[in-house]
Design a protein around this ligand. Sequence first.
Ligand SMILES: Cc1cc2nc3c(=O)[nH]c(=O)nc-3n(C[C@H](O)[C@H](O)[C@H](O)COP(=O)(O)OP(=O)(O)OC[C@H]3O[C@@H](n4cnc5c(N)ncnc54)[C@H](O)[C@@H]3O)c2cc1C
Length: 412
Amino acid sequence: MAWRGCCRLELQLRRSFGRNQAWGRRGIVSCIDPSAGLTEEQKEFQRVAFDFAAKEMAPHMAEWDEKEIFPVETLRKASQLGFGGIYVRPDVGGSGLSRLDTSVIFEALSTGCVSTTAYISIHNMCAWMIDTFGSEEQRHKFCPSLCSMEKLASYCLTEPGSGSDAASLLTSAKRKGDTYVLNGSKAFISGGGDTDVYVVMCRTGGLGPKGISCLVLEKGIPGLSFGKKERKMGWNSQPTRAVIFEDCAVPVANRLGEEGQGFNIAMKGLNGGRINIASCSLGAAHACVLLARDHLNVRKQFGEFLASSQYLQFRLAEMATRLVAARLMVRNAARALQENREDAVALCSMAKLFATDECFEICNQALQMYGGYGYLKDYTVQQFVRDIRVHQILEGTNEVMRMIVARSLLQA
Ligand SMILES: Cc1cc2nc3c(=O)[nH]c(=O)nc-3n(C[C@H](O)[C@H](O)[C@H](O)COP(=O)(O)OP(=O)(O)OC[C@H]3O[C@@H](n4cnc5c(N)ncnc54)[C@H](O)[C@@H]3O)c2cc1C
């Protein structure tokens, strides 16, 4: 009987999603309330994002994962709420919101599907890079269709031989008149093959970061092809493929910024990207704290509800504490980035390191509290665990985050 009770609980959660109840509003959980400290306007963005997560994403997240569906129509619906270019300027179709607003939105959306939200965050990062470093012509050419998500974008930095040491990339762009001839390949590209716009870091000069430039390619250009779709433990609602360039002639007019500025552009994109991906981990952890709490309240062992075990109460309290600490770190870094503060790069790295590690532990602990049921695909908690594991690896591994933080301390 007990397991049936658990199934009913899951169904109730799914129905409550359907009834437009947000994770943040179910039950009395004020100490982890994600709207605490936000302005009325931010609470409104958050409500819209929670509602979208509940209605448009949560009911499908298991199916998207199982069948590896990239939910393009759902992405376009999200863009109608302004989520396609959240921190892009309004004159090219963006929402013009702050980094903190963006974090609040991604945290709320990811309660409905981490993998889909994480793709939206990468798309937003690319749109921001074009908006910020592109000429007026480039901004007006690319940003409107990216903000409406009529076109989708991919960020192409990693190569088979250059991951953590991204500045050693080898994809070469040799200038011939008004074009660059691009040769090389990128690995692990989110959205690769299904997206339309590729923001590519490539070598136009000598070794090291100063020899790197940033080009924008459109799907369909001769010489651009894709590897097989990677099979992954999570992030299954978005495809990941290698992106291959064979004598790809890219107009010089598609270069963002100056020659040699590409690595700087890539890293600036990633500062925000790290806050965004950390925010996706926060949403998963928030959902998992609530799932764990509800499970402890319905599952009986040794003649008592699990919630009456002091050990499990303490673990739940630790999960909530870690969640709130991680959220504060992420929001603090978002403010620093918004204000363009000198410590922003290190704070974004600290927030990504801390939040993605802590939130993974929270989700994993929630799975433990579910016992064997947590390991079954009938229960949502395992998908949160699988989906956020990669946040400790990408957009700079958490070891690379430690390098950045240590460097900033040692150079101070
Ligand atoms: C699902 C998925 C989606 C991705 N999407 C994108 C994308 O859209 N665009 C993109 O450009 N990239 C993407 N990536 C790539 C991702 O950013 C890289 O996997 C990541 O940067 C790590 O590089 P690597 O895999 O080559 O690992 P490596 O660099 O080979 O590192 C292996 C391990 O060694 C550690 N390590 C390396 N050097 C040191 C050192 N000096 N000291 C201590 N530890 C060290 C690393 O932290 C890591 O734990 C994606 C990856 C995945 C899995």
